[in-house]
Design a protein around this ligand. Structure first.
Ligand code: SF4
Length: 232
């Protein structure tokens, strides 16, 4: 009789439970993979709450499975951002525009930008050298506070100063994902709009998506003519 013999039933039980947990995780991962692939292909999300919780819970493993099936890390991040936006959409629409703000990165500006940085970000002169000026003008017409910022520390500072209840974060994929997560930790409803081109200078925002998001929940009569085409 070995020293372990009296504990064999417990050891066996632990072993069986471990196999059960590992199997459950793999089945869950496989279900999430099917739902995610379906979402990417069809553009429609099924069970967004379940998907978001599952993908975040199994983050590392899901990225591995994604890679195994030929998807990039970016596909994984994009689906997380889409899920967060879908889940936040209704709450975002309920916030009056006077309590919303837009944050966009200063890398969107032209290399020849004449604007200077001040304590609330870049003071755009709407000079026409890039699309930021026109975008900012239209968003302000809708009633948004607009900040063109060099880093996330500005977001925190402006949130402390103006207490917006909802924000639109424009930026590269990873910034947007992290921004939405940070916002949910501090009870701010965030919608993310991912840039169409990344980098450190002269990046491009998805302006159509910025405006489509910005008009959510705003009555049609309050939408400027230039933005009416984004109204469904
Ligand atoms: S529109 Fe604004 S952000 Fe763009 S280059 Fe001119 S001043 Fe700079």
């Amino acid at each position: 009789m070995t020293i372990l013999q009296p504990y064999m039933p417990v050891v066996t039980l632990i072993g069986e439970l471990t196999i059960l947990v590992v199997l459950s995780i793999f089945i869950l991962g496989f279900i999430l993979l099917i739902l995610t692939v379906h979402s990417i292909r069809s553009g429609k999300l099924l069970f967004p709450r379940f998907m978001r919780a599952g993908l975040l819970f199994l983050d590392g493993m899901m990225r591995g499975i994604f890679r195994l099936f030929g998807f990039e890390d970016n596909d994984f991040l994009k689906i997380i951002v889409t899920l967060q936006n879908t889940l936040n959409r209704k709450a975002f629409m309920a916030v009056p525009v006077s309590e919303r703000a837009v944050f966009m990165p200063q890398c969107l500006r032209s290399n020849a930008c004449p604007a200077h940085l001040h304590d609330e970000g870049l003071k755009c002169r709407e000079c026409g050298l890039c699309k930021v000026g026109e975008g900012k003008r239209l968003l302000e017409l809708l009633g948004y506070r607009v900040f063109i910022i060099p880093g996330s520390s500005f977001i925190k500072r402006m949130i402390k100063r103006y207490h917006p209840k909802a924000i639109i974060g424009v930026g590269c994929l990873i910034e947007v994902k992290e921004g939405i997560e940070m916002s949910s930790q501090i009870d701010i409803i965030a919608m993310g709009v991912v840039n169409t081109s990344d980098g450190c200078v002269e990046t491009s925002a998805d302006w159509d998506e910025v405006f489509r998001t910005a008009i959510l929940g705003i009555p049609p009569e309050k939408i400027p003519d230039e933005l009416k085409k984004y109204y469904d």
